[in-house]
Design a protein around this ligand. Structure first.
Ligand code: CP
Ligand code: NVA
Length: 308
């Protein structure tokens, strides 16, 4: 088991400085290019994945990464464990730490992640919560670096819901020094805490309700679903509110000519993004999805202490 003193969680980007985040990206990039072989980095190690919400990319890229690094993956849904029957997160964390070498959790409630990290003695990894999605951002940052190199010169525009993925974009903007122009409806602003954090850290983050202004001159245009997992009850009103923020060809035309479009996926085609944009020449969404695998290897190597 990893000792407590050397334990590295991956709960949010803000827990690391830019240099460490860059090291994690470099590990993933070097594995992708073939420069580094992490084929045995997790030999003898077991990583537990727990999902309270569905997942395609995170689940499959993480399990594949663990396998390709020589480790063993265990996957549990809430109904498979006693957590679903009310065993506390603290007790679960204490017990799981006696068996596995890392715990990765996708949850409706970010407090479960912090609670798990408090009581576990092995690394805890955030696979998406209602608050943030840091593993996704590592793949997004990798994708932007592949396309543009230095991130600090970029303008990124977000048009859509002020959600969990956007919170991680705000964290990334501050850590990597790029400009993030957010356009979202008044009723769907990012959390006040996230915006206050950005102000406190002098991040180049602005918020408006004007998608055209946000996208004008952008190098990267990003959006996400209008209805996140857990928001289903609010779906009809969200559709009305968010329709003006759809990323279509007309909105993309305001970005730089070589701008890329990014989306963490899954997409609701015709809602937050048109087929023309998602399937078009500016779409980086498929490279972004592939990079979940490579970036995850960097995160695993970092958290499990064999590299970095
Ligand atoms: N982007 C992302 O996390 O996708 P999944 O929900 O399919 O894991
Ligand atoms: N904001 C979305 C992201 C899915 C990967 C959600 O939480 O459902």
């Amino acid at each position: 088991m990893t000792s407590l003193s050397s334990r590295r969680n991956f709960l949010d980007l803000v827990d690391y400085d830019a240099a460490d985040l860059q090291k994690i990206l470099a590990i993933g990039g070097n594995v992708k290019s073939g420069e580094t072989d992490l084929g045995h980095a997790l030999a003898g190690k077991t990583v537990l994945m727990m999902f309270e919400k569905p997942s395609t990319r995170t689940r499959v890229s993480l399990e594949t990464a663990i396998n390709q690094m020589g480790g063993t993956a265990i996957v549990l849904s809430p109904n498979d464990s006693q957590l679903g029957r009310g065993e506390t997160v603290a007790d679960t964390a204490r017990v799981l730490s006696r068996y596995v070498d890392a715990i990765a959790l996708r949850t409706h409630d970010h407090r479960k992640l912090t609670e798990m990290a408090k009581y576990a003695t092995v690394p805890v990894i955030n696979l998406l919560s209602d608050w943030s999605h840091p593993c996704q951002l590592m793949a997004d940052l990798m994708t932007m670096q592949e396309r543009f190199g230095d991130l600090s010169k970029l303008k990124v525009a977000w048009s859509g819901d002020g959600n969990n993925v956007l919170h991680s974009w705000i964290h990334a903007a501050e850590r990597f020094g790029f400009e993030l122009c957010i356009a979202c409806p008044e009723e769907r602003m990012p959390a006040a805490d996230a915006l206050q954090w950005a102000r406190d850290h002098d991040a180049k983050v602005t918020v408006s309700h004007d998608p055209e202004a946000a996208v004008t001159g952008a190098n990267v245009v990003v959006t996400d679903v209008w209805v996140s997992m857990g928001d289903e009850k609010a779906a009809p009103s969200l559709h009305n509110m968010l329709a003006p923020f759809r990323v279509d060809e007309e909105l993309m035309a305001h970005a730089e000519p070589d701008a890329i479009f990014m989306h963490c996926l899954p997409a609701k085609r015709g809602q937050e993004v048109t087929d023309g944009v998602l399937d078009g020449p500016q779409s980086a969404a498929w490279d972004e999805a592939e990079n979940r695998l490579h970036a995850t290897k960097g995160i695993l190597a970092w958290c499990l202490g064999r590299s970095g």
